[in-house]
Design a protein around this ligand. Structure first.
Ligand SMILES: C[S@@+](CC[C@H](N)C(=O)[O-])C[C@H]1O[C@@H](n2cnc3c(N)ncnc32)[C@H](O)[C@@H]1O
Length: 206
């Protein structure tokens, strides 16, 4: 089953896929436990489609991603809680890797040392619709991408993933409300994402 508002041209994934350039050695390295392999996610949290989010067409003209889609919470999500995995195609940054697109707007680093990233341009899950907070939520992001670990087989072998988590309550508990039902889930893509794109736009105009 696919989530509501899922676009026809995009493949809906319930697990990561791997490009041919991801060798078995690289794949195995994602199983190697680092010193800090937490949090480990309970399989119960990995239901697909996710009951905690919904994909929403953005009709508000003042929204900077008007005409596109965003991801909203369907229920209250407490601070620091897990929301959803970021799924797509795991690829290398080799020029010969057909799944590597340096211009992708849906690409997230999975492991810098291994040179692996996850691209959700052509296939992914609800997480690919998470927008950046700029121009959307004055007080900043209410969610973040973080490393996490899941059981990848019946033996409980752990494998690294990128997860979306609600930001923590903060030292003064300023963000103790977490994300309220109906609220848009937004992260920070980082200045690098926007700087790169501003440069491209200037080139197109000039
Ligand atoms: C990962 S996609 C997010 C989902 C996208 N809105 C969609 O419907 O497919 C990233 C793209 O969304 C748009 N976007 C996300 N956050 C934005 C923001 N705060 N302001 C303007 N555009 C944004 C940009 O076009 C960006 O390249």
């Amino acid at each position: 089953m696919k989530p509501g508002n899922w676009p026809k041209e995009i493949e809906y994934l319930t697990a990561l896929t791997y490009s041919k350039s991801v060798t078995s050695h690289l794949h195995k390295s994602l199983h190697t436990l680092s010193a800090n392999c937490s949090p480990i996610l309970d399989n119960q949290l990995l239901r697909t489609p996710s009951p905690w989010v919904c994909i929403t067409p953005i009709k508000d003209r003042s929204h900077p991603a008007h005409g596109q889609h965003g991801l909203h919470a369907t229920r209250d999500l407490p601070p620091s809680s897990f929301v959803i995995l970021y799924l797509g195609c795991v690829h290398t940054s080799l020029a010969t890797d057909a799944s590597y697109d340096p211009d992708s707007d849906y690409d997230l680093s999975l492991d810098r040392e291994l040179g692996l990233a996850v691209d959700a341009t052509h296939k992914g899950n609800e997480a690919r619709f998470i927008n950046d907070y700029r121009g959307v939520r004055e007080s900043g992001p209410n969610a973040e991408f973080k490393d996490c670990w899941v059981s990848s087989d019946a033996n409980g072998k752990l494998e690294k993933r990128i997860g979306v988590f609600v930001v923590s309550a903060g030292k003064a508990g300023k963000r103790r409300k977490g994300i309220k039902a109906g609220e848009e889930i937004v992260v920070s893509y980082g200045k690098g994402f926007w700087n790169g794109r501003r440069g491209e736009q200037a080139e197109e105009v000039g």
